[in-house]
Design a protein around this ligand. Sequence first.
Ligand code: KIV
Length: 272
Amino acid sequence: MSAQSNRLKRITIHTLGEMKSAGEKLVALTAYDYCGAVAATAAGVEILLVGDSLGMVIQGHDSSLPVTIKDTAYHVRCVRRGNGGALLMADLPFMSYYSAAKSLENAAILMREGAHMVKLEGGAWLAESTRLLSERGIPVCAHLGLTPQSVNHLGGYRVQGRDPTQGQLIIDEAKVLQQAGASLILLECVPASLGRRLAKALTVPVIGIGAGAEVDGQILVWHDLLGLYPGKTAKFVKNYLKGKPNGVQGALADYVAEVKSGAFPAAEHCYS
Ligand code: KIV
């Protein structure tokens, strides 16, 4: 099997900007391995994110906090080999960007492994890192709204920005980060009206997860899209396999049933 692409051209930060200007929605999805990257890009996904959600969906932790730069670098390597032309974004994990110098050191590791952009969670305090990274040639995505690395500070995975002052703060901080050089904003778990206001207020694209329909694009976690995550899922999750007879759960159930009944392997699966 080899990585194939249905695209002629690789997606870059310039493509993303052009798509926002043209009113074309961006499609993003997390990816953690070769086959996932091949399948997603063959389907037309434009941004692949090696998210620190890998701490939960790959490693089985109850948060993203235990993920290290080494873990992320490993998954960037895997995804890079299967990427058929998407922009490959990678999360800087918890505490890997506590200072501007640290963010540069760790972002360089991910870029050398094949990332095209790094994502950092937080507001205006990241302006210095964002400026440093983008001036040194590393595109930055700023993650605002619900920032899961701060779950202990936020007191849980809750909707952010419902309060008008807090909502305005998110918009103001996004503007500061855009000014500092961020090329993309990821907005998580906020009221749809705030998503719409932010996408209108910025020139750079805003992709949302639980940020409503009027942002510039959407992102989902691979395991949520396929209904593979056994834990509680958020309201914004859509399981695209639910109710489909040939979905992953259906395939697993059929396999178990056919081995039990003796229907698998059939003659065509056996050597003579
Ligand atoms: O780590 C992750 O998967 C994320 C999601 C919000 C897409 O950042």
